[in-house]
Design a binder for this molecule. Structure first.
Ligand SMILES: Cc1cc2nc3c(=O)[nH]c(=O)nc-3n(C[C@H](O)[C@H](O)[C@H](O)COP(=O)(O)OP(=O)(O)OC[C@H]3O[C@@H](n4cnc5c(N)ncnc54)[C@H](O)[C@@H]3O)c2cc1C
Length: 419
């Protein structure tokens, strides 16, 4: 057993954990990342590329971190417009990059290309140690230190840090071990995701279609493929997964309609059970939750990791500032500053996605009528459209330094105005 002392121990080298360590590259914080899955493991076959949709705001954050520039550009497909509709009911909303004056409202990116850019960067940062595959089995918090019991295969080791960043995802074991109170709302829906090939060109349009069988997103990818995210009732999942490719495409076509012509090919289908998870606080002395460990939301509107990346940008800013002021980064005083900044954004996005699901799954006629009217009004009233555009682009509320294209503070200059 060995013990090493770090400023920060990040548990989980997924998108949130790895992004945080990269964001802190220019600081002097000594960082350990503990990741359960072997580093750079890649089990995805070529057509079955899993993707994530990132907002314009997330691009700005990654650009400031010099990560965006390192992503293989062939794996990025810009979203020029978004089409929102309600199957069987009138009213639709169309958002266009021209309304926002940006190159793209968002981007659909292959997960492995984003992962590769993050890992390439991490491996070059001298003050970051990567333990992978390794898992954390226990955590103990004392006045001055967090102590983590870890295992790497047969080998057990202990590592200590001033702060443990819990980035181990929605099913976070450490969140429960440290008694963060978590409220779970099970949507009794499962997202079925896969690549499909449309008959017509997608023209870089992302479709969000609410159907009686669940919300369905068809997102543009390169080589005129599309990424399908279809949230279906739990009771229908086994049947949909067992359909042949042809039967599945027919079922999808029934729900989506012919806007993109006939779907001709579907990749492997993956299933993700959906729940909303909220915590009453994201901080304890010497511990902080980020990413899905802090908030898990429905994938409708593709907000989950965009929200997590804003956590990352602000946490990096607060920690860099604390270090510049020679403060202990694990104290409640420092972490409270972070939580105060993040609370409003998290509550708004969580409530927004939850509200969409409740409204668009209701068959109660006044709600059905109101949502048709809502889609129509959002399309016609510039103020409503602008508000939705800003939310879609991840640009509501206070903006972190990384979103504004600024480096994290390294000296003792004040960032008071930033929050
Ligand atoms: C179907 C679907 C579609 C989505 N689409 C979008 C989208 O288009 N846009 C968007 O912004 N968001 C989207 N999301 C949400 C997004 O996927 C998540 O927000 C994001 O993956 C969360 O990243 P994370 O790093 O917090 O957690 P995770 O990705 O879950 O990573 C956690 C990491 O911690 C590691 N780990 C776990 N336990 C331990 C342990 N004890 N010790 C060490 N390591 C551990 C795991 O191996 C993993 O690498 C979608 C979600 C779903 C389900």
């Amino acid at each position: 057993m060995t013990s090493t002392q770090y400023d920060l121990i990040i548990v989980g080298g997924g998108m949130a954990g790895a992004s945080l360590a990269c964001a802190l590259a220019d600081t002097e914080l000594r960082i350990a990342i503990i990741e359960a899955v072997p580093w750079r493991s890649d089990q995805q076959p070529s057509y079955d590329v899993r993707t994530i949709s990132l907002s314009h705001g997330s691009r700005l954050i990654y650009e400031s971190m010099d990560i965006w520039q390192q992503i293989d550009q062939r794996a990025i497909c810009p979203i020029h417009s978004i089409h929102i509709s309600d199957r069987g009911h009138p009213g639709l909303t169309h958002l266009d990059r021209k309304d926002a004056g940006v190159e793209a409202l968002g981007y659909v990116i292959e997960n492995r290309a984003l992962g590769a850019a993050l890992m390439n960067r991490l491996e070059k940062i001298e003050h970051v140690d990567i333990f992978s595959p390794a898992t954390v089995s226990d955590v103990e918090i004392d006045t001055d230190l967090a102590t983590l019991s870890c295992a790497a295969g047969e080998k057990e080791f202990i590592t200590q840090g001033k702060l443990v960043v819990i980035a181990d995802g929605g099913r976070s074991g450490l969140r429960d071990k440290l008694n963060f109170k978590t409220v779970v709302d099970d949507y009794q829906q499962t997202a079925i995701v896969c690549n499909v090939t449309p008959g017509k060109s997608h023209q870089h349009c992302a479709f969000e279609r609410f159907t009686p069988a669940g919300p369905l997103a068809i997102l543009p990818m390169n080589e005129n493929r599309c990424w399908c995210v279809w949230a279906v009732d739990d009771e229908d999942v086994d049947e949909i997964l067992s359909l042949s490719e042809k039967q599945f495409l027919e079922r999808l076509q029934q729900q989506f309609g012919d806007r993109l012509g006939r779907f001709s090919r579907a990749g492997k289908r993956y299933a993700y059970p959906l729940a909303r998870k909220r915590v009453d606080t994201t901080i304890r002395s010497r511990a902080v939750l980020v990413g899905n460990a802090a908030h898990t939301i429905h994938p409708v509107a593709a907000q989950g990791f965009n929200l997590g990346l804003r956590d990352v940008a602000w946490l990096a800013e607060v920690l860099a500032q604390a270090q510049a002021r020679q403060q202990d980064v694990g104290t409640l005083g420092v972490l409270q500053g972070y939580e105060d900044i993040r609370a409003t954004d998290t509550k708004r996005v969580t409530a927004f996605t939850h509200g969409m699901i409740k409204i668009f799954t209701s068959q109660f006629w006044p709600v059905v009528g109101s949502r048709s009217l809502g889609l129509l009004l959002t399309d016609l009233v510039p103020e409503l459209k602008h508000a939705l555009l800003r939310r879609t682009m991840g640009l509501t509320g206070r903006q972190s330094r990384l979103t504004r294209g600024l480096a994290l503070k390294k000296s003792s200059e004040s960032t008071e105005k930033a929050w």
